[in-house]
Design a protein around this ligand. Structure first.
Ligand code: B1M
Length: 186
């Protein structure tokens, strides 16, 4: 900022592209979870410094999302990485935490009118909770983009339960979310 760059320029042209590099390297197994967490923490710190200036300048995140680990599942490391990467891509992310019941997802989608929902599951025994959550969201008459992921999840499973997208890792989760959001919104 001392060099005359605006907070918005720093986010859009410095931080977000840097996180894209981090995501790409993670996807290619060139860096691993610890480096990813360090990068995500740096991003979070930078955003907390820049946020007041962005708010003052009227800059708003382009999209919003809710994310959570589905009912019965307490694993959150992967879900937290996705949330951080989505935030890094200028998405306003509401993190519902772990063990999130379908009704909690439905209530949060309604309350915040979100465009994107992320479901994470790490156990084969909690995969059916993903199906239940997708069903509950659709039965409530809501139509956000639903993305799923987690170690036991496949693209076939995503199709089978009616989710809109799947990503195998945090880097791909940004690419997939952005193309789904742009495709559906435009
Ligand atoms: Co658990 N656990 N665990 N565990 N645990 C696994 C998943 C397991 C594979 C270990 C094993 O047996 N080899 C196994 C599942 C077996 C199965 O279902 N087939 C297992 C089990 C059985 C259990 C318990 C049942 C153990 C017990 O109590 N008997 C129990 C269940 C508790 C519960 O959830 N109800 C349990 C508990 C725990 C701890 C609490 C001890 C701890 C979780 C701590 C925490 O998350 N805060 C834990 C851990 C750490 C693991 C392992 C070791 C690591 C998971 C992890 O964080 N990986 C895991 C074995 C393993 O994977 N090696 C294991 C790192 C993380 C970055 O990767 O979460 O895969 P991951 O996320 C990736 C992708 O999957 C993807 O992107 C992320 C980044 O690349 N992704 C998404 C994830 N969510 C996404 C969402 C998206 C898109 C992509 O879109 C929205």
């Amino acid at each position: 900022m001392a060099a005359g760059e605006s907070a918005q320029f720093i986010v859009e042209s410095r931080l977000v592209p840097a996180m894209a590099v981090v995501g790409e390297r993670f996807k290619n197994n060139e860096i691993f979870v610890p480096e990813m967490l360090i990068a995500a923490r740096a991003m979070k710190e930078a955003l907390s410094v820049l946020e007041p200036m962005l708010v003052a300048a009227g800059v708003k995140p382009e999209f919003n999302a809710v994310i959570g680990t589905v009912e019965g599942d307490l694993h959150d490391i992967g879900k937290n990485l996705i949330a951080m990467m989505w935030k890094g891509a200028n998405i306003d992310v509401i993190d519902l935490g772990v063990n999130v019941a379908p009704a909690q997802f439905v209530a949060a989608i309604r309350e915040h009118s979100v465009k994107l929902v992320g479901l994470s599951a790490l156990l084969t025994t909690t995969m059916p909770a993903m199906r239940d959550t997708v069903k509950a969201i659709r039965e409530a008459g809501l139509d956000p983009i639903i993305m799923i992921g987690g170690a036991p999840i496949t693209v076939e499973y995503a199709k089978e339960i009616g989710a809109d997208g799947y990503a195998p890792d945090a880097g791909s989760a940004v690419d997939a979310a952005m193309s789904l959001l742009r495709g559906k919104v435009c």
